[in-house]
Each structure stands twice: as structure tokens, then as C-alpha cells.
Write a protein that binds this ligand. Structure first.
Ligand code: IPE
Ligand code: IPE
Ligand code: MG
Length: 250
């Protein structure tokens, strides 16, 4: 090996490893998936729960650091009561069935959003899942339930001490705490399935510079390869954060 090769090698070694990504998904399209097959919407939600398992598995394999999944928005309370209770039941079942395996595989579960409107039994299941997986370092899975970004921002703003000059970092901390979230980086990649191209009150502050990726696939059809394709698209993009690239700077 030549001397210059050695120098390149040591330089390469000093390159910091890229930080693990924060991927957020608006899991949309369960209802349309079911309706297109002549099934009740709830059947779509059931299939959607299987997609969640696949997505978590894929995120772990692909080295994602944080995966935030939009499961139930605060506005979703306005849906018909049987659909709401089916969604809550599915969420409860998911936690009950998946917690042990997540704990064993280093996956930390965190539920973000409001808790005071959830049934006490579900709240206990959430607390048990978070406790059992708290040591997980391989992947953080945040599940957004009774979540509204605007309400969260309001709650965080109310917690800021008026006398102190607010910083973005301090506000981010207050926001995480207002939604019961462990600290995590801003969203790098925001995916929405189901073909709609809107945010529906999801992670408005945290997605300030997120790359957006809209997939026409309904959530029950979303597979590991789709997540991989979204990540490939992400890696092919150029993030500029408001500045200009070195090569373009005069
Ligand atoms: C996403 O699927 C799941 C939730 C919002 C709970 P939808 O139920 O919104 O499915 P579509 O958009 O009606 O097809
Ligand atoms: C957003 O989807 C919420 C979830 C995926 C949980 P919605 O289906 O509720 O959003 P809109 O009504 O199409 O904006
Ligand atoms: Mg929808």
C-alpha cells in the first residue's frame, strides 16, 4: 500500500458516520384499500397493522434510527364510533403482541400524542410497552395516537417561560415532552402512502426540512421494498437547508 493510500484511509476513518435517519410515515389508505375489495373499512385497518410490523422490520434492517408512525390523529375521533373502537382495539393488540419481541430486539416503543382521552387499559398497555422496551437502542419506534401537531405546538408554547428567550432547541425539548416523546432528531424523510399529498397535522415543527415522499400505494400494500425505494429517493436528493452548496458558492 502506498503512503498516499494510507493517508486516504486514515482520512476516511476520521469521517463521522452519518447519523441514523428519522423516517416518519403517514400510514394512509386503509379504508380505500378495503372499500376497493368490497370489505368493511375495519378490514383495511387490520391489514394495515400487518404492514406496521413489516415496516418496523424493514426499518430495523435498513438502519433507520427513528421511525414515527401516524396511527390515529386527534381529528380521527370524529370518525364513526365503531371504526374508532376497532382502531383502538387493534392498537392495544399490537402493543400486547409486539412488546416482548421489540424488547428482545432492541426496539424502543414510544407512544406520542395525548393520553388523557385514551381508555385506562390502553394507557396501562402503553406504559408497560414503553417500560419494557426503554433500553432499546437499535431503533426507536414512535407511534402517534391522538396526535395533533398543532395542539402539541400549543401545549409546548404554553410551557415556555415567558421571561426566558426561547430557542429552537428549548422549544423542541418542550415539544417532545408535551407529546411524551424521548428526545429525537428532526424528521429527515416524511412518507405518506395512499396518494394524498398533505400533512394532515403531522409533525409540523419537526418536519421543517424533511424530504417529502408521496407513495400511491395504499398502506396495507406497503412493503419493505417500498420503504427501501423511499430511502433510495431520499439519498438521491440534495438537502440544502437554505444555504448553497460549496461548489455553487462564488
Ligand atoms: C389511515 O387510513 C388510518 C387512519 C387514519 C386511522 P384511512 O382510514 O384514513 O384510509 P382512507 O384514507 O380512508 O383510505
Ligand atoms: C391522517 O390520515 C391520519 C393518519 C394516517 C393516522 P387521514 O385520512 O385522517 O387524513 P385526511 O383526513 O385525509 O387529511
Ligand atoms: Mg385517510
Amino acid at each position: 500500500m502506498q503512503k498516499s493510500d494510507l493517508r486516504n484511509l486514515s482520512l476516511a476513518r476520521r469521517e463521522p458516520a452519518p447519523a441514523p435517519l428519522h423516517v416518519a410515515i403517514i400510514m394512509d389508505g386503509n379504508g380505500r384499500w378495503a372499500t376497493a375489495r368490497g370489505l368493511a373499512r375495519v378490514a383495511g385497518h387490520r391489514r394495515g397493522a400487518a404492514s406496521v410490523r413489516r415496516a418496523v422490520e424493514a426499518a430495523l434492517k435498513l438502519g433507520v434510527g427513528t421511525l414515527t408512525l401516524y396511527a390515529f390523529s386527534s381529528d380521527n375521533w370524529q370518525r364513526p364510533a365503531p371504526e374508532v373502537s376497532a382502531l383502538m382495539r387493534l392498537f392495544h393488540d399490537y402493543l400486547r403482541k409486539e412488546t416482548a419481541e421489540c424488547a428482545a430486539r432492541g426496539i424502543r416503543i414510544a407512544v406520542i400524542g395525548r393520553r388523557d382521552r385514551l381508555a385506562p387499559a390502553l394507557r396501562h398497555e402503553i406504559e408497560a410497552a414503553e417500560r419494557a422496551t426503554a433500553h432499546g437502542r437499535a431503533l426507536v419506534v414512535r407511534i402517534a395516537v391522538d396526535y395533533s401537531a398543532r395542539d402539541a405546538i400549543l401545549r409546548a408554547a404554553a410551557r415556555l417561560k415567558p421571561a426566558r428567550e426561547a430557542t429552537r432547541e428549548e422549544f423542541s425539548r418542550q415539544l417532545a415532552s408535551a407529546i411524551h416523546s424521548p428526545a429525537c432528531p428532526d424528521v429527515d424523510l416524511l412518507i405518506r402512502t395512499g396518494g394524498e399529498q398533505r400533512l394532515s397535522d403531522f409533525l409540523l415543527w419537526e418536519s421543517a426540512y424533511a424530504e417529502l415522499y408521496f407513495s400511491p400505494r395504499m398502506w396495507p400494500d406497503f412493503e419493505a421494498a417500498d420503504l427501501e425505494a423511499a430511502l433510495d429517493a431520499f439519498h438521491s436528493r440534495q438537502r440544502r437547508f437554505g444555504t448553497v452548496l460549496e461548489a455553487a458558492a462564488g
